[in-house]
Design a binder for this molecule. Structure first.
Ligand code: GDD
Ligand code: MG
Length: 360
């Protein structure tokens, strides 16, 4: 039996407006809440019990996932009234574990899509006899991550969260957001107050001489914290570039959920997913995008690498590239939304109101 804690309490600020009404792990990727992919992957690796550490919009998780029996695993929900940070959340969620003091407990950040061999990480942890084992990957720009240099045996030498000074950037190895803790190590995290595992727990363990073991693994890995990454993750799931047992259909260039309507002459590709009751009209092009339930893409519109919120609409001949359109927003015809544009939920953009000019 392996138990896991899944951190699902962040505000998802970088994904706004999508996360105004929906917590990040519940935003659909490839047709199901992203969390469903993570749980299915954990189940496939032999995890039998997951404690979901929730905080922001905590009430939406249990009605969807219930006790986990539909997934073939047990789910328990632990909610922080005030966010306790990553370490505080792990400490509070651990009360719901049944593992013994020396048992391995997995911890997952709730916004990572990876092809990591989870069972292999647990094996490596047991072999190393580590207090904590960390999945590490490599990043071209480590400034948004935890920087984790190791020696040639894999022993972690240091942990610097979001290094800002060039002198701090001594490696390209970063914390990939999946850990194996020896259960008793979790019990040393202070209870009832905010704790960052990255800024407090890991540095303190290292200072005390504990063995933190890093496993560098270069399989598929993406943090979904930003819209462009979230949309890419969904497209990669649809296309089977990264496998998920929770994909609600066959892999391919696009995925239509039951009740999606696509007119003859519309063109879909690049791992696009079209939600229930969503409508893609004739002559429209939708590439590499997430079209949520009930959204509409009008005739001749072009949507690339974007997320269209539930019941939103994109008017005729409008181009949307690398943008997020919030739930229930209406973008009129003949607009051009470009990379990074975010249309807030319920907003109304008139016809021909937004144009892109590279010259000014
Ligand atoms: N329950 C709970 N309570 N969960 C939380 C809280 C909290 O107070 N704060 C954050 N989380 C959850 C988030 O929902 C997410 O699943 C996870 O903890 C990590 O938080 P992020 O806000 O996504 O952190 P990050 O992406 O800036 O950095 C983290 O991930 C990087 C890898 O993607 C750190 O762990 C970095 O060291 C790491 O490199
Ligand atoms: Mg993150």
């Amino acid at each position: 039996m392996t138990e896991a804690i899944l951190l699902a309490g962040g505000k998802g600020s970088r994904l706004r407006p999508v996360t105004l009404h929906t917590p990040k792990p519940m935003v659909p990727a490839a047709g199901v809440p992203f969390l469903a992919h993570q749980l299915a992957r954990a189940k496939a690796a032999g995890v039998t019990h997951v404690v979901l550490a929730t905080s922001y919009l905590a009430e939406v998780f249990e009605p969807y996932f219930g006790d986990g029996s539909a997934l073939g695993m047990r789910l328990t929900y632990v909610t922080e009234d005030q966010p306790l940070g990553t370490g505080g959340a792990i400490r509070s969620a651990a009360d719901a574990l049944t593992s013994g003091p020396a048992d391995p407990v997995l911890v997952f950040n709730g916004d990572i899509l990876t092809g990591l061999d989870i069972a292999g990480l647990v094996d490596a942890h047991q072999r190393a006899g580590a207090a904590v084992t960390l999945h590490l990957t490599r990043a071209d720009d480590p400034r948004e991550y935890g920087l984790v240099p190791t020696d040639d045996t894999g022993r972690v030498l240091d942990f610097t969260e979001k290094p800002q000074h060039p002198d701090e950037i001594v490696t390209d190895q970063i914390n990939a957001g999946c850990y194996v803790f020896r259960r008793e190590v979790i019990d040393t995290i202070p209870a009832g107050r905010p704790v960052s595992v990255e800024r407090e727990t890991f540095p303190q363990l290292l200072a005390a001489g504990a063995l933190l073991h890093g496993v560098v693994d270069r399989t598929y890995w993406l943090d979904l914290g930003r819209p462009a990454c979230f949309v890419k993750a969904s497209a990669d799931l649809v296309r089977g570039i990264v496998a998920s047992p929770a994909l609600p259909g066959p892999t391919g260039e696009y995925l239509l959920l039951p009740g999606a309507q696509v007119a003859d002459g519309a063109k879909l590709g690049g791992g696009t997913v079209v939600g229930a009751g969503a409508r893609i009209e004739a002559g429209a092009v939708v590439e590499g995008s997430i079209v949520l339930d009930g959204a509409r893409v009008a005739e001749g519109a072009q949507v690339y690498d974007s997320l269209l919120g539930a019941r939103s609409s994109v008017g005729r001949n409008t181009t949307v590239t690398g943008a997020v359109v919030g739930d229930d927003a209406e973008v009129g015809s003949a607009n051009e939304l470009t990379d990074g544009a975010r249309v807030w939920c319920d907003a109304r953009i008139p016809d021909a109101a937004i144009r892109f000019s590279p010259d000014c």
